[in-house]
Design a protein around this ligand. Sequence first.
Ligand code: ATP
Length: 359
Amino acid sequence: MATHRIAVIPGDGIGKEVIAEGAKVLRALERLEPHLRLRLTRFAWGCDWYRKHGEVMPADCLEVLARFDAIYLGAIGDPANVPDTIAQHALLNLRKGLDQYACVRPALLLPGVRSPLAGQAPGAIDFIVVRENTEGEYAGTGGRLYRGTPKEVAVQTSIFTRAGTERIIRYAFALAGRRKRRRLTSVTKSNVQQYSMVFWDEVFWAVAREFPDVQAESMLADAACMNFVRAPERFDVVVASNQFGDILTDIAAAIVGSLGLAPSANINPSRALPSMFEPVHGSAPDIAGQGIANPLAAILAAEMMLDFLGERRGARRIRRAAMAVLAEGKALPADLGGQARTAEVGAAVLHHLREAGRA
Ligand code: ATP
């Protein structure tokens, strides 16, 4: 019997609402897969915790989380009460501290979902963005001098190390090599960022020589934004720095229907420390507490988590159940044009999960 220890951090805003549905799906799956044991441990960290304890997560959070096999996260952020820089720092601290250097974000147009782009059939958009997750523009190096005075200076330095750049590019090539189309697009801005991005390009083409079966190309970030909208079908795997990956994956989520459908995995490929699975979206304060958030991104993040843990059959069951809900079109949430509430969408996934389990 396989037991997987999972740390669950619902976090803030709609994070709590969507992770509640994802956890129900995991519990139901456990009953359908007799060999599967998921030991879920919930941590009430996030902005509520900050208001009580003065920190978003306890100082020893990395040591605590290191004892788990995976982390299932909702979203951290409550901009009305806690500065975003503090909330985001806590999240970046987890990704860096657990060396989850590969952020993997699939963009797949699922059956039953309408892309805002005209004429896109299900499956026509099917690519994965691999975002560098530990350094680059979000390395957090810099400072401010002469605060509040006319001569104030702010410096934010990007960090691109050879080791960090090589490993993310190699990860993306290996992923592309396992896919049917075997194509990798590297996104940079080397026409204006003549140090970091020219360096990235050099590393990209050097690593490309290790993967002769993968068709490699380099594209400028502005062209990539345009092509994500104009010709998304041409992409297979895309690799980009922390910031470019961040921006590109919001476009990717939008063209496959909604941020409410987009899952994300923060992977530590060495498996020495746990990887973390979450929806791409944040805490969405504008709709938090209303019970109308789409839980499917969180549920599909649970699918990615099980797949990573080697529970392929369980992962497939979750995917099929989520797709059945979309194809049926009866319990669609507001962001997909329906009226179903978060819990109703979750219940519909559970229904299809159990129905398929009985069949
Ligand atoms: P962050 O800065 O962490 O990305 P944010 O609140 O600025 O957080 P998101 O939470 O990513 O931005 O979402 C942007 C908008 O998209 C939300 O304000 C909300 O309207 C919509 N949205 C995001 N996720 C969902 C969801 N699961 N269901 C429905 N709508 C969503």
